[in-house]
Write a protein that binds this ligand. Structure first.
Ligand code: TXA
Ligand code: MG
Length: 317
């Protein structure tokens, strides 16, 4: 069973040593908990895929300390630098051309000539990156296709027998995964919606930013977060519910939700709702119920990321 570490310098240092030795460590970020391994170590990266049961054609996000560290692995165009300066550290992943001398394991990038990089804003993640001194491949610390973890207990329950340590940083403040932005072509494209919105990116770049909300072929996905069925609890999920039907649990949103519903945000606050999303879905994913009914969430700002995850949770499996 994994050991739970407290976020002291001593214990984060112990986790950093384990990472350098090729072991896996789960750690908190501002979005969700990541399942981290040394991105330059093929065996550590292979262990991440094995622990998650993730198909190896689905590339991983690599976490780095800052923009200069990112520039060691990827080509940063002027556009990429502008976006990085504005939104890093933060909940944004950039898909960029891989540098020819990039030391990141080819397994982590699934043999692609691109790499997905992110500078996390969480103190513990920053300290761990600094102490480990290597880039960290870290997908969300959940079995492939299931709900992402936003608390250390979620990781211990799902992957406790597969990691060395889980650093307990309490609940993740944002609660949904980072926005994934591809800057590979002339037109910037969002491959996965998150806390950094198309509007914010478009305003900075002074050009339209497309969101590819479409789903794709499971045999050749560009972004596994885009697979139709993903982020799924065990129970079926019914969207746009007005009330619970017999045997259903109800996940509400806003002041109009019934008193007895579990409410993503009684105040109708999308940030609060995102932070609660995965933990509340987990709580309702209980065999006492036959399904989870979810009330509508507005399709604006963070609501787009929330609805993206809910649609995938509700998709046929
Ligand atoms: O918030 C997050 O991003 C979390 C925390 C732990 O940082 N990490 C996370 O990683 O969600 P992961 O590996 O579960 O999600 C990776 C996403 C997927 O949608 C993947 O397909 C996409 O990034 N991705 C990775 N490399 C890519 C590439 N070269 N081209 C296109 N998409 C890529
Ligand atoms: Mg994931």
């Amino acid at each position: 069973m994994a050991r739970r570490l407290q976020p002291t310098l001593g214990e984060i240092g112990e986790a950093a040593r384990a990472l350098r030795a090729g072991k896996l460590v789960a750690f908190p970020t501002e979005t969700v908990y990541g399942l981290g391994g040394d991105a330059t170590n093929d065996r550590a990266v292979a262990a991440i895929f094995a622990a998650k049961g993730r198909p190896s054609f689905n590339p991983l996000i690599v976490h780095v300390l800052n923009i200069p560290a990112a520039a060691q692995h990827a080509e940063l165009s002027a556009k990429a630098q502008a976006v990085a300066r504005k939104f890093w550290p933060g909940p944004l992943t950039l898909v960029l051309p891989r540098r020819r001398d990039c030391k990141i394991s080819l397994l982590a990038t699934a043999g692609l000539d691109s790499v997905a990089l992110r500078v996390p804003a969480h103190n513990i993640a920053q300290t761990l990156l600094m102490m480990a001194g290597v880039p960290l491949a870290a997908p969300s610390a959940n079995p492939s296709g299931r709900l992402s973890p936003t608390e250390a207990d979620h990781v211990l329950a799902d992957l406790g027998d597969k990691v060395e340590y889980v650093i307990d940083g309490g609940p993740c403040p944002i609660g949904v995964e980072s926005t994934v932005l591809s800057l590979l072509d002339d037109c910037p494209r969002i491959l996965r919606p998150g806390a950094v919105t198309a509007e914010q990116l478009s305003e900075l770049l002074q050009e339209p930013v497309a969101t590819e909300t479409g789903t794709e072929d499971a045999n050749a996905p560009r972004s596994p977060g885009r697979l139709l069925s993903h982020y799924a609890p065990s129970l079926p999920v019914r969207l746009n519910a007005i009330a619970a039907e017999a045997g259903e649990a109800l996940l509400g949103f806003g002041p109009g939700a019934p008193r007895d519903a579990v409410n993503l945000s009684a105040a109708g606050d999308l940030q609060e709702a995102a932070a609660n999303l995965f933990a509340m879905l987990r709580k309702l994913d209980d065999p006492r119920y036959r399904a989870i009914a979810v009330m509508p969430v507005p399709e604006t700002g963070l609501g787009r990321a929330i609805n993206d995850r809910l649609r995938r949770a509700a998709a046929a499996r």
